[in-house]
Design a protein around this ligand. Structure first.
Ligand code: FAD
Length: 430
């Protein structure tokens, strides 16, 4: 019996469990360790934060579906991974042994790196469902007492699509509440230009996003380093191309949502050979850790170097399609190892993203992620909002059903009409 343990039941971990169970069948025991027994669809959090979704609508109780699929759920959460002993220590003090471990723990949110940042400080967050619920209460206060808004991401962040998305969703929600005229909005970002997205732009994301921000009356500050957030005042240093301070801004705000920098979760960070200094899991092209070859990693928790040099730290985003491709490659590679073969599946890591504006939106496809690219495409239209709703409904449906097929690949084929985006590449046997 092959024992596979998956850490984290988020976007990557849940479909990982379905796919590996399907591949290995009854001769395997698949266990998922998560903090709690609920899956939440993170991409819907911006909608929760303005009341367009309830937390219940974007949550799934994993117990019945895991039971149907013969997958064990350990909701205690992991305290520490011990890769040299092939075991995971859980928060209740018990241990879980494994033959193969897949780390899918997502990000640890580094709010503490900037004074006053985050839900325990003076800004809102949409990174977690509970944060988004709190952000909704703050949004309601803003509607009652309108004032300036600051939205964006801080230095070291890697998740820029959702920052733009939230700015436009908030703009739409404030227009619907008929108070937008009383809310000056500023977007702050460490990106060197609007639409860089941690990918040095995709297609014309610079032009599209700048134009959309002008049309929606959202001002912006790029190369922005947030130094401190006081209640009602954001302190920002704008840097030049060398990273030296060019000017400083004190931005008053009645409401602010800033995405933090990400780092690895405490259960895996600081383990020699497993993680980099930031706590992200080191992997080779087969999603496998070089020091501990029975450990794999998928999703936001993996280490990916930045695309080129920027004056401030700007990370590379890890989006749905890329994560789905990591899952499929990992399942294929573990199955190969179980069958005594070498791993040969390589995730393609294409970036496909939908940034919803609430009534409109921007989509982009970067294949591969690092320029120069074979596909470098972006587009704007009302269909993006509809496609994002489709993504949400479809993904939640497959989590409830216990299915693991790739949504984004079908979307890219059917709607975007771009050349087939392979989710994995199988190397030929030596
Ligand atoms: P997560 O989904 O964050 O899952 C990690 C899981 O691990 C969580 O359940 C967590 O509780 C668990 N965990 C952590 N530590 C432990 C531990 N010690 N023990 C046990 N469990 C643990 N991508 C897109 O493609 N399209 C979008 O529209 C999109 N929108 C986004 C919107 C927002 C606001 C954000 C933040 C990201 C968005 N992304 C989007 C990017 C990405 O797809 C998501 O962040 C996705 O949820 C990442 O999946 P993941 O599995 O790596 O991590």
């Amino acid at each position: 019996m092959t024992e596979v343990v998956i850490l984290g039941a988020g976007l990557g971990g849940v479909i990982m469990a379905y796919e590996i169970k399907e591949k290995l069948g009854k001769a395997s025991k698949v266990t998922v360790v998560n903090a709690g027994h609920t899956y939440t669809f993170v991409p819907s959090n911006p909608w929760v934060a303005v009341g367009w979704r309830t937390p219940e609508e974007v949550s799934v109780d994993l117990r019945p579906v895991f039971q149907r699929r013969d997958i064990e759920l350990r909701p205690e959460g992991a305290k520490r991974v011990h890769p040299s002993e092939n075991r995971v220590e859980l928060n209740d003090g018990s241990d879980l042994a494994y033959d193969y471990l897949v780390i899918a723990t997502g990000p640890d949110l580094a709010f503490d790196e900037i004074e006053g940042l985050g839900p325990h400080g003076n800004t809102q967050s949409v990174c977690q469902l509970d944060h988004a619920s709190d952000a909704k209460a703050a949004f309601e206060t803003l509607v009652k007492s309108p004032g300036p808004v600051v939205v964006g991401a801080v230095q070291g962040a890697s998740c820029f699509g959702p920052a733009y998305e939230f700015a436009f969703v908030l703009d739409t929600a404030l227009r619907q509440a008929k108070v937008r005229d009383q809310v000056p909005m500023t977007f702050v970002t460490p990106e060197p230009y609007v639409g860089h997205l941690g990918l040095d732009g995709v297609g014309d994301t610079k032009g599209l996003l700048e134009s959309a921000m002008r049309e929606h009356h959202i001002k912006w500050i790029t190369n922005a380093k947030v130094t401190k957030v006081e209640a009602g005042t954001m302190h920002v240093e704008e840097v030049d191309e060398q990273g030296a301070t060019k000017t400083t801004h004190e931005l008053p705000f009645a409401y602010s949502m800033l995405l933090p920098a990400f780092r690895g979760v405490p259960a895996v960070s600081g383990i020699d050979g497993l993680t980099n200094p930031r706590g992200f899991v080191l992997i080779d092209k087969y999603q496998r850790n070089p020091a501990f070859p029975n450990v794999f990693a998928i999703g936001v928790c993996v280490a990916i170097p930045p695309v080129g040099k920027t004056p401030l730290a700007v990370g590379v985003p890890k989006t749905g399609f890329m994560i789905e491709s990591m899952v499929t490659a990992t399942a294929a590679n573990i199955a190969s190892l179980v069958n005594g073969e070498a791993p040969r599946a390589v995730a393609t890591w294409n970036a496909v993203c939908l940034a919803d504006f609430g009534d409109d939106g921007i989509a982009f496809v970067a294949q591969p992620q690092i320029p120069p690219r074979n596909v470098n495409w972006s587009s704007q239209g009302r269909w993006v909002h509809a496609a994002k709703i489709g993504f949400e409904k479809y993904f939640l449906h497959k989590v409830r059903q216990g299915k693991s097929e790739t949504f984004y690949e079908n979307l890219a084929l059917d709607i975007l009409g771009v050349k087939k985006l392979k989710d994995i590449h199988i190397e030929s046997a030596e």
